[in-house]
Design a protein around this ligand. Structure first.
Ligand code: SAM
Ligand code: SF4
Length: 341
């Protein structure tokens, strides 16, 4: 039977009728990697005293679950670099009775060997792990870190029984030669791989259309070596789903085939800026409103609710218009490591 709180959950909605069911929480902008498609050469880290505490983040997650959020993904920067994140996963379990169905994390995998068991015990449902190359030299060029700890982290996550997917961002002049090796590896490992088109959200604004490895190109390469079938019924998933030699594979083709029309996501960064779109030029600063939730929750919750409802309502139809606005205004100052993907 549904509890009263569950029945009261009215999901936020935007002006194009898209309900919001997923929330991404970035717990830090810091990262031990320097992926070419993400981190700027000279990052300016958020000041630690500006970060929301886990207590405040929990209060916000509770508030959002009571408003229809069903899935929470913890991301970064690198989320495993923030102390206390495993405990946060454990705390979130209490929200399942209010309607939370899934708690996930996106990580670069470097610290996973150390944390996989604890994350499993804390109740994490699944992990997305970034892996852009199986060639150690190329991996180092892409991330400025070593490949081996990531492979060990993946092995450990599998060993402790965490469900996982592998994310690969492809760039034409860096790792487009990895399509076949990564698929072969994923088939051997029995893990789901997802290729992601390079998006113009890198810190140093070096994105070019020529660097994008399109879904079309990936499929051409795959079809030359494997049996590729398309799966229908994508729902609100960003990835187009395929079966490659009988195993699931996803392609997230934001640039050539955006899923904006079905977007059900909301995002909060580590210092309390809220985004109704990954490509938003500016976030809505709700840090103080979140911190106030612990005091007079009813009154402060009503205030926050109306702020969010109106901001979410105004979500643009798709990211292309935001990119065009940014080209003329140059307003957007944040990159992927600050918002979490
Ligand atoms: N550090 C973690 C990681 O790398 O998995 C979590 C944060 S990272 C910003 C989240 C996801 O965004 C990763 O899968 C990463 O590959 C992806 N990403 C970062 N920059 C991107 C870009 N410019 N285009 C497409 N995906 C990007
Ligand atoms: Fe760090 Fe993830 Fe960005 Fe790579 S993609 S620099 S691992 S935040």
């Amino acid at each position: 039977m549904h509890s009263i709180t569950k029945l009261q959950a009215t999901p936020f909605q935007d002006q194009f009728g898209r309900y919001k069911r997923k929330l991404r929480i970035s717990v830090t902008d810091r990262c031990n990697f320097k992926c070419v498609y993400c981190m700027p050469e000279h990052p300016e880290w958020m000041h630690k005293h500006n970060l929301l505490s886990f207590e405040a983040l929990y209060a916000f997650c509770k508030f959002m679950v009571q408003r229809g959020i069903e899935q929470i993904r913890i991301t970064g920067g690198e989320p495993l670099m923030r102390q206390g994140v495993v405990h946060f996963v454990q705390q979130l379990q209490a929200l399942r009775t209010l309607g939370l169905k899934r708690i996930s994390m996106t990580t670069n995998g470097h610290y996973l060997k150390q944390y996989a068991q604890a994350l499993k015990q804390a109740g994490l449902d699944d992990l997305n792990i970034s892996l852009d190359s199986l060639d150690a030299t190329q991996f180092q060029q892409l991330t400025q870190r070593k490949l081996a700890p990531v492979l060990e982290g993946i092995a450990e996550a599998k060993k402790v029984g965490l469900k996982l997917k592998i994310n690969t961002v492809l760039m034409q002049s860096f790792n487009s030669n990895q399509i076949i090796p990564l698929v072969q590896w994923a088939l051997q490992q029995h893990v789901e791989l997802r290729f992601i088109e390079f998006m113009p959200l890198d810190g140093d604004k070096k994105w070019t259309q020529q660097e994008v490895v399109s879904e079309q190109y990936i499929l051409e390469i795959l079809s030359s070596q494997f049996n590729v079938q398309i799966l229908e019924g994508q729902g609100a998933q960003p990835a187009h789903q395929y079966l490659v030699n009988g195993q699931a594979l996803g392609i997230i083709s934001t640039i050539t085939n955006s899923f904006c029309g079905r977007c059900d996501r909301l995002r909060l960064n580590a210092q309390g800026e809220f985004y109704n779109c990954l490509f938003s030029l500016q976030g809505l600063n709700i840090k103080q409103d979140i911190e106030a939730l612990s005091f007079y929750p009813q009154q402060n919750g009503t205030l926050l609710n109306s702020k969010l409802a109106s901001y979410i309502w105004q979500k643009e139809q798709g990211f292309h218009s935001l990119m065009a606005q940014n080209q003329s205004s140059g307003l957007r100052k944040i990159s992927m490591h600050m918002i979490g993907g």
